[in-house]
Write a protein that binds this ligand. Structure first.
Ligand SMILES: [Ca+2]
Length: 431
């Protein structure tokens, strides 16, 4: 998740940054950054956009997750530290929100802890099931939990707190940061879960390249078919089951080498999986995720070697895939648009902004900048900033969301839900 500027794991410590830059220069490490941020841009240029408040009469406390059941005319928002989920009518004029669930279990309240994820079962209409991800406080022990709850048939619906079944519980986590927390169903009907590398800084548990533990990964489970004494089944094409090269992976692990995915999403049209991965002191990155993939942490940070003196060994299962794009913490001449903590977004599939269609939209919690990347046939064909932060006002972007029509919403820590709209008087920008 976003980490505050006072976080020891996140802060761009000038001395360390300078050291790392000097070290990179000394080792002659190639920076793919220049090639990726300035590719031959053959795609349609990206539109100029701005933000506006989508539901002016609604306010939330640290809203971090948004979802809704298929076919529903209500939206649902999870509040991180009140551990509450509210529902409201999808009408922009609405001023009423209804409590859907207050988590019955105690949680940890660190900056990156709390109620972090919400996912309705694809067949919610029939089975009334939904899932949450939270930082459980089990008599002081720190664990991430995915629970199944059931809702009633009332209007508006409410969840039964007593219906909780913990279906997945992480190993004890020694650090409060890096908890991932996105959960979502893929087009395959399986539940994807992400948790961070365990926390602190420098991947102290060396979990990034360890596929036997769950930290530093995206997991994939089948909550509809419990098996082998677990509350879920393992999809038969998970890497450990389907790939000879990945037999040593934990059965739940779908991909590895991620530091702290703060928000992944599925392209509603293609089903492809996109993730924003929070880097450490220098880079933030966007990955396109594949079954069995390895995204490099903590050997690499973005396109760059991470602390090469550590020489952590890459997992033997698969070679490291570079990100699709990255951006720096410290502004550079060719990349003045920096940030400190990525919030992964969505591939735009709405109707209101036709020249944004197919563009993956992402942003930065700290700088409030929002970018797009057009990725076609394995190549970046357009990149750039979508909004002018100075003009639209900086938002602390906790999450992006996608409404029923595929329009992009922003959950910000001003407590508001914003939306991306075309900037007045501007048709498009080239960059
Ligand atoms: Ca791991």
């Amino acid at each position: 998740m976003h980490e505050p500027t006072h976080s020891p794991s996140r802060q761009a410590r000038p001395a360390l940054v300078a050291f790392a830059i000097a070290l990179s220069a000394a080792l002659g490490l190639a920076s793919a950054h220049a090639q990726t941020t300035k590719p031959t841009l053959t795609g349609e240029p990206l539109p100029r956009l701005t933000t506006k408040v989508a539901f002016p009469n609604l306010h939330f406390d640290r809203p971090v997750a948004f979802d809704f059941p298929a076919g529903s005319d209500r939206y649902y928002i999870a509040e991180q530290h009140t551990s509450s989920i509210w529902s409201f009518a999808s009408d922009p004029k609405t001023s009423e929100k209804d409590l859907f669930l207050k988590l019955p279990d105690p949680i940890h309240h660190g900056n990156e802890e709390g109620l972090l994820g919400l996912a309705f079962h694809p067949k919610f209409r029939e089975n009334k099931q939904f899932f949450v991800y939270y930082s459980a406080n089990d008599e002081g022990k720190r664990r991430s939990v995915v629970s199944r709850f059931r809702a009633n048939d009332a209007t508006p619906p409410a969840a039964d707190p007593k219906s909780e079944e913990r279906i997945w519980v992480s190993a004890d986590d020694p650090f409060e940061n890096h908890n991932g927390g996105t959960i979502a169903f893929g087009h395959d009907g399986y539940l994807y879960i992400t948790l961070g590398d365990g926390g602190a800084a420098d991947d102290p548990m060396s979990s990034g390249q360890n596929p036997r533990d769950w930290f530093g990964s995206i997991l994939r489970i089948d909550p509809d078919h419990p098996a082998n004494g677990k509350a879920y089944g393992i999809p038969s094409d998970n890497p450990a089951l389907a790939m000879a090269s990945h037999k040593h992976w934990a059965p739940e692990v779908y991909c590895i080498g991620l530091r702290n995915v703060w928000k992944f999403s599925f392209d509603r049209e293609t089903g492809e999986l996109w993730a924003g991965d929070v880097g450490q002191n220098l880079w933030e990155m966007v990955h396109k995720i594949s079954n069995g993939g390895n995204y490099g942490w903590s050997i690499r940070e973005g396109f760059h070697q991470f602390q090469p003196q550590r020489r952590q060994r890459a997992d033997r299962g698969s070679s490291i895939s570079p990100p699709i794009v990255e951006y720096p913490h410290a502004p550079t001449t060719d990349r003045p648009d920096s940030g400190l903590s990525i919030t992964g977004g969505y591939v735009y599939r709405g109707k209101r902004i036709p020249d944004l269609r197919g563009v993956y939209v992402y942003g930065d919690y700290d700088s409030g900048r929002i970018w797009g990347v057009r990725y076609e046939k394995g190549k970046v064909t357009a990149t750039g900033e979508l909004i002018d932060v100075k003009q639209s006002g900086k938002l602390n972007i906790a999450s992006f969301a996608e409404d029923r029509d595929g329009e992009i919403l922003i959950l910000a820590f001003d407590g508001r839900i914003h939306q991306l709209v075309r900037a007045p008087g501007v048709s498009s920008a080239s960059r």
